[in-house]
Write a protein that binds this ligand. Structure first.
Ligand code: DOR
Ligand code: ZN
Length: 345
C-alpha cells in the first residue's frame, strides 16, 4: 500500500478567498498546500476592474502568514458593461489571468453578472487576442429550468455556440458536475478545459438529504447523480490535460449556512489536496493525481509548472467542527470525520 505521496506543488484553479477577517481566516489553508490559486472576483462589490483586482491582490498578499510562498492569480468579474479596453489593462497588469462570467442571479454575489453573453462579443474577442481565459459559471438561471438541469441547459444553449463563435478563446467550464459536461469538454476544440471540485468527485446528491437536510452539502452547481459523479471521477483520472484541480472552496459563516435560506458553498481549502488524493486512490488512479493537480492547469493557462513539492502521508486525521471565521466559524468538509491523507507540514 502506498504510504506516502510526493507531488509537484499543486495549484488551485478556482478558489473563493473573500476579504477582511474571512480572508485572513482561510488563506493559510490554501497557502500551505498550493503555490498559486485563481481567485474568484465575487466580492461585494465585485472585482470588475484591473484597479480593483490589483488592490484585492495587495490585501491577499498582506494577509499571508509570514514566510508563505503563494501567488494569487487574479480574475475580473464580467458585467453587461465591461469594456474591451479593460482587457488590455488586465493583460498589462501581469497578474490578471482571466475573467469570470456569472450569469446574473446564478449564485452567491452574482446579481451584477451577465444577462446575455452575446452582449460581450467585443470583450471576448479582445480576450482571445490577449490570451486571457474566460472562466464560466455554467448554469442558466431561468425559473422554469430545474436546478439539477441548469448546467446541461447552459452547455447546450450557451457554451456550445460560444466556443464556436470565439474559436480562439481559452474557456474553462468551471466546477463541472455532470456526465454530459465531462463528455463535452473531452471532445471539444483545443482551448476548452474544466475544473472539478472535490465534492463533485466524492459525493452525489443523496448527500444533501442523508437522514435530514444537510446545508453543508449545498453548493452551486448542486451535487448531481451517482452516474454523474462516476463520469467526473473518470474524467479527472483519465489523464486528459483538459481536466484540472479547482476546489471551489467557498467559505460561509456557519449561521449563514445553517439557516432557513442557507448560502451555497462548501469549504474545502483545509484539505484541498488531501480530498482529491482520497478520491483518486478510491478510483485506483493515484498515479494520475499529479497531472490533474500540478500539471494540466499551468499547461492550460500557459504558466510554468511549480518547482517545489508537497508530501502527503497516509495518516488518519479529523478536521475540526469549525475553524475560526471572524465572529463565527466556518464548517469544513468532513468536519469531525476521518481523512486518510495528511499534508506533511
Ligand atoms: O456554491 C457556490 N458558492 N457556488 C458558487 O458559484 C459561488 C460560491 C460562493 O462564492 O459562495
Ligand atoms: Zn466558485
Amino acid at each position: 500500500m502506498t504510504t506516502e505521496l510526493t507531488l509537484r506543488r499543486p495549484d488551485d484553479w478556482h478558489l473563493h478567498l473573500r476579504d477582511g477577517v474571512a480572508l485572513r481566516a482561510v488563506l493559510p489553508h490554501t497557502a500551505e498546500r498550493f503555490a498559486r490559486a485563481v481567485v474568484m472576483p465575487n466580492l461585494k462589490p465585485p472585482v470588475t476592474t484591473t484597479a480593483l483586482a490589483l488592490a484585492y491582490r495587495q490585501r491577499i498578499l498582506a494577509a499571508l502568514p509570514a514566510g508563505a510562498d503563494f501567488q494569487p492569480l487574479m480574475t475580473l468579474y464580467l458585467t453587461d458593461h465591461t469594456a474591451p479596453d479593460e482587457m488590455n489593462r488586465a493583460r498589462d497588469s501581469g497578474v490578471v489571468v482571466g475573467c469570470k462570467m456569472y450569469p446574473a442571479g446564478a449564485t452567491t454575489h452574482s446579481d451584477a453578472g451577465v444577462t446575455d453573453i452575446r452582449r460581450l462579443d467585443a470583450v471576448l474577442d479582445r480576450m482571445s487576442e490577449l490570451g486571457l481565459v474566460l472562466q464560466l459559471h455554467g448554469e442558466v438561471t431561468q425559473d422554469e429550468v430545474d436546478v439539477f438541469d441548469r448546467e446541461d441547459r447552459f452547455l447546450e444553449q450557451i457554451l456550445a455556440p460560444l466556443v464556436e463563435r470565439h474559436a480562439r478563446l481559452k474557456v474553462v467550464f468551471e466546477h463541472i458536475t455532470t456526465a454530459s459536461a465531462a463528455r463535452f469538454v473531452a471532445g471539444a476544440r483545443p482551448g476548452v478545459g474544466a475544473t472539478i471540485t472535490p465534492q463533485h468527485l466524492i459525493y452525489n446528491r443523496n448527500a444533501i438529504f442523508q437522514g435530514g437536510i444537510r446545508p453543508h452539502f449545498y453548493c452551486l452547481p448542486i451535487l448531481k447523480t451517482e452516474p454523474d459523479r462516476a463520469a467526473l471521477l473518470a474524467a479527472a483520472t483519465s489523464g486528459s490535460p483538459r481536466f484540472f484541480l479547482g476546489t471551489d472552496s467557498a467559505p460561509h459563516a456557519r449561521h449563514t449556512k445553517e439557516s432557513p435560506c442557507g448560502c451555497a458553498g462548501m469549504y474545502s481549502a483545509h484539505a484541498g489536496i488531501e480530498l482529491y488524493a482520497e478520491a483518486f486512490e478510491d478510483a485506483g488512479a493515484l498515479h494520475r493525481l499529479e497531472g490533474f493537480a500540478s500539471e494540466h492547469g499551468p499547461d492550460f493557462y500557459g504558466l510554468p509548472r511549480n518547482e517545489g513539492q508537497v508530501r502527503l502521508l497516509r495518516r488518519d486525521w479529523s478536521p475540526p467542527q469549525g475553524y475560526e471565521f471572524g465572529e463565527d466559524t466556518v464548517v469544513p468538509m468532513r468536519a469531525g470525520e476521518t481523512l486518510r491523507w495528511q499534508l506533511e507540514l
